[in-house]
Write a protein that binds this ligand. Structure first.
Ligand SMILES: [Zn+2]
Length: 252
């Protein structure tokens, strides 16, 4: 007979955390993770991997987009995926205007995921761009030494990148400088999507794009490296985030 304490972990299993698990404090089903890491996993798709940076992702998406554009008329798999993505965008809202962020408060995550696709459609984001984000994200994660190589991380990170393409409020203005000139300034505010909305979004795109992404991911990695160089995590002197933070707290 086992005691209840042996049925689950007492302490969070993320390295260096040590906080009590949610089960140990009697909350939810977090058998191996603390509250902080359960929430982190919901938001980012991994309890510990840092989110993929937009600047790291950009060259991969550019490479993937060029790859898709070269082949979309001759490659039947790419052609089919683009058609399905077009259907996903059109089917989301029938061409009507997307509801405003303030109008969807309290609606189900599934509905809000649909609204996110409506926004992409309204912003005229082409299907090739959606496939490029999914393919580029898969290649970037494979090259990133800090990424978490599980489908959940790819799905959530892809949805976050797609979300950024079309949602929120954007301001651009000329900022006056002391010398009388002006400089362009920008402010972008995105409504934060819940982990569930991101999962619904990411899973729909994953389902459609998988055929191309599994086949072409490594070709994109190679082409990206030839054109833009290796991922920052493969550069000399690179340190993982936790190590950089530790050094910073010690004043290095
Ligand atoms: Zn933890």
């Amino acid at each position: 007979m086992s005691s209840p304490a042996q049925d689950h972990h007492q302490r969070c299993t993320v390295m260096g955390c040590g906080r009590p698990t949610m089960r140990a404090v009697g909350v939810g089903l977090g058998t191996a993770l603390c509250k902080y890491h359960v929430e982190r996993r919901a938001r980012h798709g991994s309890p510990f991997a840092p989110p993929i940076k937009a600047t790291d992702l950009r060259p991969y998406v550019k490479t993937a987009l060029a790859w898709i554009q070269e082949r979309q008329k001759t490659d039947p798999t790419i052609g089919h995926v683009l058609q399905c993505l077009d259907g996903l965008l059109w089917g989301s809202g029938g061409g009507g205007p997307a509801p405003r962020a303030s109008d969807i408060k309290g609606r189900s995550p599934k509905y809000r995921a649909k609204v996110a696709f409506m926004r992409l459609h309204a912003a005229e984001v082409p299907p090739a761009r959606l496939l490029a984000v999914h393919l580029g994200m898969a290649a970037c994660i494979e090259d990133d030494r800090e990424a978490h190589r599980i489908p959940e991380f790819r799905i959530v990170q892809t949805a976050k990148a797609l979300h950024r393409l079309a949602s929120g409020t954007h301001w651009r203005w000329e900022m006056p400088l002391p010398n009388g000139n002006t400089a362009p300034a920008e402010l972008h505010v995105y409504p934060r999507s819940s982990g569930q909305v991101l999962r619904f979004m990411g899973e729909e795109v994953e389902e459609i794009c998988r055929a191309v992404t599994e086949r072409d991911r490594d070709a994109i990695r190679q082409r990206k490296q030839e054109k833009y160089g290796p991922h920052p995590s493969h550069m000399p002197g690179w340190r993982p985030t936790w190590q950089r933070k530790l050094l910073a707290t010690r004043g290095y």
